[in-house]
Ligand binder design. Structure first.
Ligand SMILES: CC(C)(COP(=O)(O)OP(=O)(O)OC[C@H]1O[C@@H](n2cnc3c(N)ncnc32)[C@H](O)[C@@H]1OP(=O)(O)O)[C@@H](O)C(=O)NCCC(=O)NCCSC(=O)C[C@H](O)C(=O)O
Ligand SMILES: [Mg+2]
Length: 280
């Protein structure tokens, strides 16, 4: 069944309270972060805290561990520590080429890998990264990307568009999950909604988040609305009826419905069903 990734919440692995709290938060997935959210002095302690936290019950939430880069003193230890610690995936930061995943893949043989897409080189090599045989998902790192590009944050994310588009194309070409970057102003619900809607309309599966207060907006925006579910049902019914009459095209609300639209409609219903199953 399609797994929803509407809301993907970062939690610093040094924050025991937040990791406990996440067992009951409405996040589709959690990224337990050992990288940028953890200060150097806390890195090794956070590894132990996280190993204990992963023994807890996170229900249907996907548990992803973001390790430190392989070019840091902690990367290899993180990969070894979480190779068999029960995480659902290991997220590799600052992936710039497919080979960056090879070393982690060797250290973590049985867990799917995800890639942080957040360097200029990574954008240019997105197709190669997405094609890595161990890769399951991609996460946009728009803060690091903006830093590298020397670009400014704008509501329309103009400077991000080339990178977001390249990564989306690469992920979809290989059938990978792809989630959008974070919205830093975690008290600005309207700004978050606008950015979630933009990411959804581009084709992202969901949004990475930094605070529990952002969950409700992402969960709502990235879920099919009731109107979309009803339209999907009507499209499927109309197309079935057209086919029964020997036609290949139906018309719903003045718009054509062909086989490809029916596939999209079925995907919408499957997503709604998967979300309902999470809630239930
Ligand atoms: C941003 C924060 C530092 C704010 O923390 P705080 O001031 O403690 O917030 P609140 O007082 O409003 O917290 C209320 C309660 O919620 C819990 N909480 C807060 N954040 C989280 C969380 N992320 N997950 C779970 N629970 C959370 C608090 O513990 C409070 O609980 P209670 O005690 O019961 O009241 C903080 O939100 C934070 O640290 N966020 C995560 C930051 C992070 O992970 N950053 C790294 C990832 S972003 C990134 O690197 C993206 C990428 O790489 C790129 O380049 O773009
Ligand atoms: Mg980053």
């Amino acid at each position: 069944m399609t797994r929803p990734y509407r809301s993907v919440l970062y939690i610093p692995a040094a924050n025991q309270r937040a990791m406990e709290k996440a067992q009951n938060l409405a996040a589709d997935a959690i990224i337990f972060d050992l990288e940028d959210a953890v200060a150097p002095a806390e890195k090794v302690g956070a590894r132990d805290l996280l190993a204990r936290a992963l023994l807890a019950d996170y229900g249907g939430r996907v548990r992803i561990v973001r390790i430190n880069g392989m070019d840091t003193e902690w990367g290899e230890g993180d990969a070894r520590a979480f190779a068999a610690a029960g995480a659902d995936a290991v997220l590799v930061p600052k992936v710039s080429r497919g080979a960056d995943l090879d070393r982690v893949a060797a250290l973590v043989p049985d867990t799917p890998l995800w890639a942080m897409m957040e360097t200029a080189e990574g954008m240019l090599n997105a197709a190669e990264i997405a094609a890595h045989p161990r890769l399951q998902g991609m996460v946009m790192g728009t803060n690091d990307l903006a830093k590298e590009l020397n670009s400014r944050f704008r509501p329309d994310r103009l400077a991000m568009m080339a990178g977001l588009g390249l990564c989306l194309l690469a992920a979809r070409a290989q059938g990978r999950v792809i989630v959008d970057g974070v919205f830093n102003a975690f008290k600005d619900d309207e700004g978050l909604r606008t950015e979630c809607e933009q990411g959804r309309d581009m084709g992202f599966d969901g949004k990475t988040l930094i605070h529990p207060a952002q969950l409700a907006v992402a969960n709502q925006v990235f879920a099919p609305s009731q109107a979309e579910v009803e339209l999907a049902r009507r499209q499927i019914d109309a197309f079935d009826e057209a086919q029964a009459q020997g036609k290949g095209v139906a018309v719903v609300d003045g718009k054509i419905v062909e086989n490809l639209h029916v596939e999209t409609a079925r995907a919408t219903l499957a997503k709604a069903k998967a979300i309902a199953a999470l809630a239930g």
